[in-house]
Design a binder for this molecule. Structure first.
Ligand code: UD1
Length: 391
């Protein structure tokens, strides 16, 4: 008997979360993992190169949704995924992270009824929800559950709240996430702390990452540059903030070289404000398009610090003991602050904090419980427990 599992992948940060799990599930005789790509990210350098780096095959199912407003994108994913669910009838749907597709696939899956779906009724004992005795639909599991910024203006916070409210299994990365879920009244037995799956990808590819020569190819010395990533709407969609942000980066680059791989959303906005020529002219500011996982991680491994608004980068720098300045008023990853590597900043203080960073030697020992490269194994065990009766 096999358990058919949909791994939902959609946007760049999802790919390193599904890869370790896909590889772990492929080793299990009872598991039939299928990769479902919603198409939220579709550019070669936002999607395909990550599949290559992470050793993932082409997606088994592609929804081809693409960009749009929140409602358009989420709605299109729901419409397309509902059809796929009825055709494919997975036993388990695994959603990761907090992007629009995470929420949309969760809503589609939780409202499906296999038995009343009409034409394709599933005979008793056949695949599709029947292995999960109380459900007439797939079981839904959320990997990276429980994170909260408590900032309702973030689209991701809405996605997290909806997903965690509806999912049957909540795999969390840290104790704060367990606490958040329990404070929201989620049953303790649904919550299973498994650790940080992103660290599995990092450890899986560590030796390949370390062999890369990205920074020397760019003429940079290890420990001698800062790495910048910015893509949050709150920073890059506001035409009043963007010019100040760019001028601040240029001034910082006069103290220490900066590498800035630009996200498509950010580039679009900078182009609209005619800011690209200004950045490209700055001597010590290396502007590029999005960079593939292995090369990007090599740049993180060797940077002096990161300036970011990304969630994943706050975690990766903490794990590696690298200072990180996060251009946000809050974070859903408070453990990165507690460990002392990450600091929340406003734009006005950015330069001051860079100067402070550069003035002191920094090296942290940042061990976090269950951030150990073995999270995928714990997820597999949790799935086995959930489907215990049927296995
Ligand atoms: C999305 C996620 C965000 C995540 C980020 C990682 C939501 C609400 N946001 O934000 O949580 O941190 O991904 O990158 O789900 N675009 C391209 N090519 C692509 C993808 C996007 O050009 O392959 C452009 C399009 O103009 C698009 C814009 O980027 O409209 C934004 O893409 P979208 O997926 O809506 O949000 P992100 O900002 O990428």
């Amino acid at each position: 008997m096999t358990i058919k599992i949909h791994l939902i992948s959609a946007a760049r940060p999802n790919f390193m979360k599904i890869a370790p799990l896909y590889h772990a599930l492929m080793k299990e005789p009872w598991a039939e993992p299928l990769i479902v790509h919603t198409g939220q990210h579709y550019d070669l350098n936002m999607s395909d190169v990550f599949f290559q780096d992470l050793g993932l095959p082409k997606p088994d199912l592609h929804l081809g949704v693409g960009s749009g407003t929140h409602a358009e994108q989420s709605g299109q994913v729901m419409i397309a995924y509902e059809k796929v669910l009825l055709e494919s009838r997975p036993d388990l749907v695994i959603v990761v992270g907090d992007v629009n597709s995470t929420m949309a696939c969760t809503i589609a899956a939780v409202k499906i009824s296999y038995k009343s779906a009409g034409s394709k009724s599933t005979p008793e004992g056949q695949k599709g929800a029947l292995k999960s005795p109380d459900l007439d639909r797939p079981c839904i599991a959320h990997l990276e559950a429980g994170l909260r910024s408590f900032d309702g203006t973030m689209p991701e916070e809405i996605n997290r709240l909806v997903t965690d409210t509806l999912a049957d299994i909540l795999w969390t990365p840290s104790p704060d996430a367990d606490d958040n879920l329990m404070l929201e009244g989620i049953a303790r037995q649904k919550i299973k702390r498994v650790g940080n799956i992103m660290i599995d990808s990092l450890e899986m590819l560590r030796s390949t990452i370390e062999k890369q020569t990205a920074c020397s190819e760019m003429g940079l010395n290890p420990g001698g540059y800062g790495l910048v990533t910015l893509h949050r709407p709150s920073n890059v969609d506001d035409p009043r903030i963007m010019p100040t942000l760019c001028h601040t980066l240029i001034r910082i680059s006069q103290r220490i070289p900066l590498v800035f791989p630009v996200h498509p959303r950010t580039r679009k906005n900078m182009e609209a404000l005619d800011l690209m020529p200004l950045l490209e002219k700055a001597d010590n500011l290396l502007i590029s398009g999005p960079i593939n996982y292995i090369r990007f991680m090599n740049l993180i491994f060797n940077c002096r610090f990161a300036l970011t608004d990304s969630g994943g980068l706050q975690e990766e720098t903490t794990y590696l003991g690298i200072p990180c300045l996060t251009l946000r008023p809050n974070t859903e990853r408070p453990i990165t602050i507690q460990k002392g590597t990450n600091r929340l900043c406003v734009l006005d203080d950015f330069e001051k904090h860079v100067d402070k960073l550069l003035a002191k030697k920094s090296s942290h020992d940042c061990k976090i419980d269950l951030w150990d490269g073995r999270t995928a194994g714990r997820v597999v065990e949790s799935i086995k427990t959930y489907f215990h009766l049927a296995l």
